[in-house]
Write a new protein. Structure first.
Length: 434
């Protein structure tokens, strides 16, 4: 099976499709398009049109990366029928109640069900709880297609490990976990991904193991960052700078270097909720995972409240205060605003009656306004009682006190430095960091 399918793909006799062309799907599609013919599918025609013109809507991939690629972008489902190997890379968000929202994954499975043929293979990359591929996706494909799994079609799971904005740990040089519904399918999935993954693949013994491996990667980071955030709260009450403590502790060879901060985005701030949800189905109520989520989800409000305390201590009238927030994306050096916790800072400050302006050199103002109802300024507007540097963009790393002074109202103004990048630089103004 493997040899025949690989031969057809490599000789241009068959195509591979990628369903979902966002932060995950587009890099995969373009990487495969170096070697085989690819159909890049997305339900958003405006996105597809931009991709046809070599424009990445996520601003992650330059136009040059589209050159000399064997790829056809489309929003028409019927075009997917030309492919025999399908990769699903759609988002798996949570709803307002922090419950898994499988709507994009279900709709993608319905699309697969309408175009799949006998002998096709489907590989899911979306981050899910263990069991989702087999319990949620496959039955939908079977019902719509009328085909029988695993007799008529095959399924694998290979979790995405894309790190937006990371130019070091790229798709090609990061080990890929692969799995399949049988040893033969596992062999096929591994061989297909080995075409593009130079770091090699890890063959998981089952689809559920591969799903679980992905979800605990982000859960582990979430818990470790939560510990740092909790330590930051404790050290703040003690009058100790957390970054000074971490710098000292980091001299030990086995100390894990995590740092406090806002935990947002589409992965670390979301995936643990999927595991909590599934665990409860098995009558287990996770304590550590939920506690970590509580701490991290609270940090934006904590930063805002500490800012208000500093304003009051400086004898400033809170209702007449102006605050500038610098950086609104979910992390440094990306345009991605999904699930950014900076909005918690902004909304909490506004709940006190404070006027808040926000700027960001990378975020799309229209997208941010549409998503959160908050208008981004192109530049600081006048003088501020406090400045919060919320995201450590490269553009902010060289900030100094003299630059900030241009935007600060008076000597009693406050500088809040979420990521500690201004530590030791602020002398004149009141300084606070996590």
């Amino acid at each position: 099976m493997k040899e025949e399918i690989l031969k057809r793909l490599l000789h241009g006799e068959a195509k591979l499709s990628v369903i979902g062309l966002g932060y995950v799907g587009l890099p995969i599609a373009l990487e495969f398009a170096k070697y085989i013919e690819v159909i890049g599918f997305d339900i958003k025609e405006d996105r597809v049109e931009k991709l046809r013109n070599k424009i990445d809507p996520s601003h992650e991939i330059p136009p040059s990366e589209f050159e000399n690629k064997k790829i056809y972008f489309t929003s028409k489902e019927e075009d997917l029928k030309e492919a025999i190997f399908h990769i699903v890379a759609v988002p798996t968000p949570i709803d307002k109640h922090n419950m898994p929202d499988l709507t994009p994954l279900i709709k993608a499975s319905e699309t697969i069900g309408r175009i799949i043929k006998k002998g096709d293979t489907v590989v899911f990359e979306s981050t899910v709880y263990p069991g989702a591929t087999e319990e949620d996706c496959i039955p939908i494909i079977e019902k719509i297609s009328g085909l029988k799994f695993p007799v008529d079609f095959h399924v694998g799971y290979s979790p995405e490990r894309i790190n937006p904005g990371d130019k070091v740990h790229t798709l090609a040089n990061t080990v890929k976990i692969v799995s399949g519904d049988s040893p033969e399918v596992l062999d096929l999935v591994a061989s297909v991904y080995e075409l593009i993954i130079k770091a090699g693949v890890h063959r998981a013994p089952s689809i559920k193991v591969a799903e679980a491996a992905k979800i605990i990667e982000n859960t582990q980071r979430d818990i470790n960052i939560a510990l740092m955030n909790e330590l930051s709260i404790i050290f703040n009450r003690m009058g100790i700078n957390t970054y000074d403590v971490l710098e000292a502790a980091g001299t030990k060879w086995n100390f894990l270097k995590f740092y406090p901060g806002l935990v947002g985005g589409h992965c670390i701030g979301v995936d643990p909720y999927y595991l909590v949800y599934k665990a409860q189905e098995y009558r287990y109520h996770p304590q550590i995972i939920k506690a970590g989520r509580f701490v991290n989800d609270s940090m934006g409000f904590y930063v805002a409240k500490q800012t208000v305390k500093k304003l009051i201590a400086a004898n400033k009238n809170v209702l007449q205060s102006k605050v500038l927030v610098m950086g609104v994306t979910f992390k440094e050096n990306v345009t991605d605003i999904r699930n950014t916790r900076v909005v918690d800072i902004i909304n909490e400050l506004r709940s006190y009656g404070i006027h808040v302006d926000a700027v960001d050199p990378l975020a799309d103002p229209e997208e941010f306004k549409h998503e959160y109802g908050i208008t981004l300024q192109s530049s600081p507007q006048g003088k501020y009682d406090a400045i919060i540097v919320a995201v450590m963009h490269d553009a902010y790393k060289d900030l100094n006190e003299a630059q900030l002074a241009e935007w600060l109202k008076d000597d009693q103004s406050i500088v809040v430095d979420v990521k500690g990048i201004l530590r030791h630089k602020i002398q004149k103004y009141t300084y606070w960091s996590l």
